[in-house]
Design a protein around this ligand. Structure first.
Ligand SMILES: [Fe+2]
Length: 478
């Protein structure tokens, strides 16, 4: 620890254990689970931070563990938790060797390996998405791996019927159109000579419809994008990967360059064929996650793209266990661009600057007009010293001047995208995680999505602690 104040006492406890795998463990319920909540909350996140002599130093380094929290009829079955490590190449080979073999995002060590000298072997720890009859687990880069949606057992690498190979660039946030079942994703080719953004479109069965290569000015780091009606949109911040540094043995983190003077651009392509239609200057900030995007119902030339915009990148703030020591402010921003002129025509902010992340919407409204979203925030943003997520926030574009916030008690830290579960009668719930650092205990929290400030309506404590996760979603029972 540095001499800076500590705004997250005990946070190291959240990274000090290897979480146990579990099968349909029945959870105790404090409070009341809303009666409409039927289905499964899925969560992925980095869970194991040591292997042999290597202790990982970065939040993106840990081996991925997925969780399925099943809400059945509370009168009969209740709530059950299943958790499993994703058994991809990295975990299986390192487990067999009894030591770390592969370089990680933020940790290198003598003799560490890259895949064919250029890519990380994915720890499969960022996100997960149901697709067809499978659940796909994703890491920051690389192909997803297929899991059994019920048991969470790993079936194997998912290569889209042979259309992709282990070196195909592929990011962690595919977009699945709820209307057609099509899956869109991108991946950056970090070539210094011909950097490009690969845009993929797959049909609902995983068959490749197209792969388009869109030229980039430099090999920019990009984590997420937005599906927006007939378009897709990419916020390209001035953050780029120096492949030479990676080849010289640096970590991926130490090979990334932040050069705000290069400016940020919103790249828009047609969904139908992947053709680029606009590249719009949008300032010089950084976006890790989009919130949602859609076409202006009143003007088909206008695209509305909502993002969480940060003053600078955040990956250098993921030091384990001293997270976010100097995290920059960030806020939700609505960008309106005119595709006929390629200009930014409007910019609106929501009044919340506490470095929010993990935005969640009603998934049925992806790519369509919407108002409400949820996210986690860091109350001590702007003050030096380690800190982490301790606020659940509900915001709405209908009233950008005010947000609803639930502040966790001191020593309680939050994890997991606050995934939204709709109530068919209107409204809904959001679900996230809590780690109590003093007691070393984990729980899931359920909130009324439209009254988060009132605190959780149900707390589901766990017998044994669980890692703090990244992305989550709620899949309702059919
Ligand atoms: Fe993400």
């Amino acid at each position: 620890m540095s001499e800076a104040p500590d705004h997250a006492p005990g946070l190291e406890r959240a990274f000090s254990f290897v979480p146990a795998e579990r099968t349909a463990e029945r959870l105790r319920v404090e409070g009341e689970v809303p009666a409409f909540l039927r289905g499964t909350y899925y969560l992925n996140g980095p869970a194991r931070f040591t292997r042999g002599d290597v202790r990982y130093r970065h939040w993106l380094d840990g081996d991925g563990m997925v969780c399925a929290l099943r809400f059945d009829d509370p009168q009969t079955a209740g709530v059950h938790l299943t958790a499993r490590f994703v058994r991809g190449t990295k975990l299986v080979e390192e487990e067999a060797a009894g030591r770390a073999l592969y370089r990680a995002f933020g940790t290198s060590f003598p003799g560490d390996r890259l895949v064919r000298g250029i890519a990380l072997e994915s720890p499969l720890n960022v996100s997960l998405y149901p697709f067809g009859d499978a659940l796909l687990a994703f890491g920051e880069q690389g192909l997803p791996w297929e899991l059994d949606p019920d048991t969470l057992e790993t079936r194997g690498v998912y290569g889209f019927g042979g259309a992709l190979n282990p070196l195909s660039p592929f990011a962690a946030h595919p977009k699945i159109d709820p209307a057609t079942g099509e899956l869109f994703n991108f991946g950056v080719s970090f070539s210094a000579v011909q950097p490009s953004l690969n845009l993929y479109r797959f049909d609902a069965g995983g068959g490749l419809i197209y792969r388009r290569r869109l030229a980039l000015p430099e090999p920019r780091s990009l984590h997420d994008f937005c599906l927006a009606g007939r378009h897709v949109a990419f916020f390209l911040g001035p953050y780029w990967l120096d492949m030479e540094a990676l080849r010289d043995g640096r970590t991926l983190l130490d090979s990334l360059r932040w050069e705000p003077e290069r400016g940020s651009r919103l790249l828009v392509a047609r969904r139908d064929d992947g053709e680029a239609v606009a590249s719009v200057p949008v300032g010089e900030r950084y976006v890790l996650h989009g919130i949602n995007a859609f076409e202006d119902p009143a003007d088909a030339d206008r695209l509305i793209v909502d993002v969480l915009e940060l003053d600078r990148p955040v990956y250098d703030q993921y030091s384990v266990p001293d997270l976010f020591p100097d995290v920059a402010p960030g806020r939700p921003v609505r960008l309106t661009v005119d595709l006929s002129t390629g200009a930014l025509v409007d910019r609106r902010e929501i009044a919340y600057e506490r470095a929010p992340d993990f935005p969640a919407i009603d998934p049925e409204l992806a790519g369509r007009p919407y108002e409400d979203f949820w996210m986690l925030g860091i109350s001590h943003t702007g003050r030096p010293g380690r800190k982490t997520f301790d606020q659940v926030v509900h915001a709405s574009w209908a009233h950008p001047e005010r947000v609803e916030v639930w502040q966790a008690p001191p020593g309680h830290y939050l994890g997991g995208e606050p995934a939204f579960a709709p109530n068919p009668a209107g409204g809904g719930a959001v679900i996230c995680q809590r780690f109590d650092a003093e007691r070393g205990e984990s729980a899931f929290l359920v909130f009324d999505a439209f009254d988060v400030a009132a605190g959780p309506v149900a707390v589901l404590p766990l017998e044994r602690p669980l890692h703090l996760g990244f992305h989550a979603l709620f899949a309702g029972s059919a």
